[in-house]
Design a protein around this ligand. Structure first.
Ligand SMILES: Cc1cc2nc3c(=O)[nH]c(=O)nc-3n(C[C@H](O)[C@H](O)[C@H](O)COP(=O)(O)O)c2cc1C
Length: 212
């Protein structure tokens, strides 16, 4: 057996307790507040989130994405629709995004239903991307086996110089994750963490505190 012991790795958090009365009844506004605070406190990409999906085989899969927009409608990210995540979302559009802001000792879990963005919304973002990113999006068969990385890089470089890289391919675009559940987690001293769950219903949102 090969094993690395990590029992001794333990970080003590400072205390920043959150009360239910501190929270905005609208989870989108609460998210916006924590996002603004994270933007000031965090040194890494605050809009990076782990996206978890489950396809027809029921095997969960998670990977990072960059959230490029959020509104009271949902959370938007862009990707290849034929990638593993794209295939899983076409089989089952239930998905979860997890933001982790280590300096603030906060995480936000969002669960909901993912839908493809409209063509024009995907087009609008695609043209804003740098040439190399556009060319890579066009040429990458994301999540398929790549035999020759050097040739791929060369093709991307060549395409990036041509106007052909201006057109968004049909297999690339955005998703919007429409939330039905949020959980705001604040790490505290002595593992006395605060957790608040928002559940969406016909009338709006209910908020409950959860055991840590
Ligand atoms: C910080 C970070 C941000 C990323 N952002 C994106 C993104 O916005 N879209 C994307 O398709 N892949 C993004 N990736 C790459 C994905 O994590 C993943 O490797 C890729 O999308 C293929 O995932 P899949 O095979 O599960 O579909 C990002 C990776 C990291 C580490």
């Amino acid at each position: 057996m090969r094993s690395i012991e990590l029992f001794g790795m333990r970080r003590e958090y400072s205390s920043n307790p959150v009360q239910i009365s501190d929270l905005n009844p609208d989870p989108f506004l609460q998210f916006g507040k924590w996002f603004d605070e994270a933007s000031k406190a965090e040194s890494s990409e605050v809009n990076a989130a782990a996206l978890a999906t489950v396809g027809a085989d029921m095997m969960p899969s998670a990977r990072m994405v960059l959230v490029k927009n959020f509104s009271d409608k949902g959370y938007v990210f862009f990707t290849n629709y034929s990638s593993k995540k794209g295939r899983q979302l076409s089989e089952n559009n239930k998905a979860s995004l997890l933001f982790f802001w280590p300096e603030s000792m906060r995480q936000v879990r969002i669960e909901g239903f993912a839908e493809k963005l409209s063509y024009w919304e995907s087009d609008r973002y695609f043209v804003e991307r740098p040439e190399n990113s556009r060319a890579s999006a066009i040429l990458s068969k994301q999540s398929s086996v790549l035999k020759d990385k050097k040739s791929f890089d060369n093709e991307v470089e060549t395409l990036a110089k041509s106007s052909l890289s201006d057109k968004r391919p049909d297999f690339w675009g955005g998703y919007i994750l429409r939330p039905v559940l949020y959980e705001f987690w604040q790490g505290n001293k002595s593992r006395s963490h605060d957790r608040f769950q928002y559940l969406g219903n016909q009338e709006g949102w209910t908020i409950e505190q959860l055991y840590p």
